[in-house]
Design a protein around this ligand. Structure first.
Ligand code: SF4
Length: 213
């Protein structure tokens, strides 16, 4: 474990000494919970319609596909007219696009960012690398199947998928959300132990709490 994460005694400005345990003091370890549907089908339908029209993507690029997201922010493809926009922090985002190959080192950051996002939240796997490893299928330091580590609501296939494919993916994701079928976050909470076991199998320096939002 990194030195700055070790339990230690520090002295405050007033000279009083106290114990600091970063993993316990700086994070919340509460486990994710399943978000129940609204009390009535009509209300839940309305919520889902509103959610589908309010997509906030986390500005986090993980592979070649991240390059394809950039044109969507320009006038040529203009994703904003679909109610889709990017945010710089997980706490303001509800869609994580894993935009290609994912090294184990990055997977650790991705898990942490995903867990910091608010519910309801969605994940899109972009490109072949997220489905079966793609051209990195025999790489020693990338993962092969994203859905072993995070719940994936939708895949966009190709290597690399063009911006048009991403727009088609947004339209499909909206349909899934409206139909109440984009339940990845609940799936993550329900199968939390299974996801954690898979994550810990590849990430050896697990110096973070199990759920760190
Ligand atoms: S699917 Fe192709 S374009 Fe996308 S990250 Fe993998 S190699 Fe790169």
């Amino acid at each position: 474990m990194k030195e700055e994460l070790q339990k230690r005694i520090v002295k405050g400005p007033d000279g009083v000494e106290f114990e600091v345990e970063p993993l316990r003091d700086y994070y919340c370890e509460a486990q994710p919970t399943v978000m129940p549907a609204a009390y009535s089908k009509i209300v839940e339908g309305f919520f889902n319609w509103a959610r589908s029209e309010s997509i906030w993507i986390l500005g986090f690029g993980t592979g070649c596909g991240a390059i394809e997201m950039r044109p969507l922010m320009t006038p040529r493809f203009d994703a904003y007219r679909y109610g889709v926009q990017w945010r710089p922090t997980p706490r303001q985002s509800n869609l994580f696009i894993i935009s290609g190959y994912l090294s184990v080192k990055t997977l650790k950051r991705v898990i942490r960012s995903y867990e910091q996002m608010q519910n309801p939240k969605y994940v899109i796997g972009l490109g072949s690398c997220t489905i079966n490893g793609g051209m990195y299928w025999d790489s020693y330091n990338t993962i092969k199947r994203l859905d072993h580590y995070l719940p994936v609501d939708l895949y966009i296939t190709g290597c690399m998928p063009r911006p048009e494919a991403l727009i088609a993916g947004f339209v499909d994701l909206k349909k899934l959300i409206r139909a109440g079928r984009a339940e990845g976050a609940n799936q993550y909470a329900e199968n939390f132990d299974w996801y954690k076991a898979n994550q810990k199998q590849v990430i050896y320096d697990w110096d973070m709490p199990d759920y760190n939002w």
